[in-house]
Ligand binder design. Structure first.
Ligand code: HH2
Length: 274
């Protein structure tokens, strides 16, 4: 059966636009502090070709400090409410079940959890009870310490096994495959070699039979391959990595640069279709 996720079909790759409402995100931090500015940025991303808007109120970059619950809620809820009310497909990027529930009530259609619903024991029952589509990402530990937990015997096999277990737990709780999406978590408790190995093995993740999301946009491994470009100089490498993943079966790209990604995907697709 063809893969679907949250009502999206994948006759073409889909784009998740990143909308961080945080002061400290590694690339777009501090840009969308005012909800009106964030909503405008979201509208622009949809016009440029985003299928999903991923609203986050807590940075998960390496070393990031946790954010009090009320602060995260105050950042994301007004933005989610307004974008959902305008008919856009919104995901909430959070590890906290109290944020998930309020975001779903505010109109979010998808939960994007970098801890794959393991961060809090109440997250999986909540998402299952609500029947909410969820992105399950692989990471280890907490953002503050994750880069000290990068020992793997076989990174691809271990991340595949972990995501397989998380899929099984979600299915056992009653979530259907049309509500499940996996993500190997590029840059989360991974070295440069691990990130490249996981991207090269994208087909093996796609073979798990549910939607596959890949987030490479402007990440540090691209900086290292590009003579230490800062995040805003990493677009060419982000496009190359995204296309390499799509070519190997990724369904959704999570990106900062929506218009540029949409153009790259259109050209790639036109060639593939010829
Ligand atoms: N990457 C980041 C945050 N959330 N979610 C998924 N599913 N996959 C990812 O690769 C992913 C994610 C980190 O990027 P960003 O949101 O740009 O930065 P920050 O965590 O600093 O806010």
């Amino acid at each position: 059966m063809a893969v679907t996720f949250a009502g999206l079909t994948f006759e073409r790759p889909r784009i998740m636009g990143i909308l961080n409402v945080t002061p400290d995100s590694f690339s777009d931090g501090g840009r969308h502090d005012d909800p009106a500015v964030a909503v405008e940025a979201g509208e622009r991303m949809v016009a440029e070709g985003a299928d999903i808007l991923d609203v986050g109120g807590e940075s998960t970059r390496p070393g990031a400090e946790p954010v009090p619950l009320e602060v995260e809620l105050a950042r994301v809820l007004p933005v989610i409410q307004r974008l959902a009310a305008r008919g856009h497909c919104v995901s909430v990027d959070t590890r906290h079940s109290a944020v998930m529930v309020r975001a779903l009530d505010a109109g979010a259609a998808i939960v994007n959890d970098v801890s794959a619903l393991t961060g809090e024991p109440s997250s999986l029952p909540l998402v299952a009870r609500r029947g909410a589509p969820v992105v399950l990402m692989h990471m280890r530990g907490e953002p503050q310490t994750m880069q000290q937990q990068t020992h793997y015997e076989d990174v691809v096999a271990e991340v595949l096994a972990y995501l397989g277990q998380r899929l099984a737990a979600c299915r056992a709780a009653g979530l259907g495959d049309d509500r499940l999406c996996i993500d190997p978590g590029i840059g989360f408790a991974k070295t440069q070699a691990h990130n490249l190995a996981l991207l090269a093995a994208t087909e093996r993740f796609a073979a798990l039979g549910v939607a596959l999301l890949i987030g490479v946009s402007r990440k540090a491994f691209i900086g290292r391959l590009s003579r230490d470009e800062p995040p805003e100089g990493r677009l060419p490498g982000s496009l190359a990595a995204g296309l390499a993943a799509v070519r190997r079966g990724a369904h959704i790209l999570r990106v900062h640069d929506v218009a540029e990604t949409a153009q790259a995907l259109r050209v790639w697709q036109a060639i593939e279709a010829t």
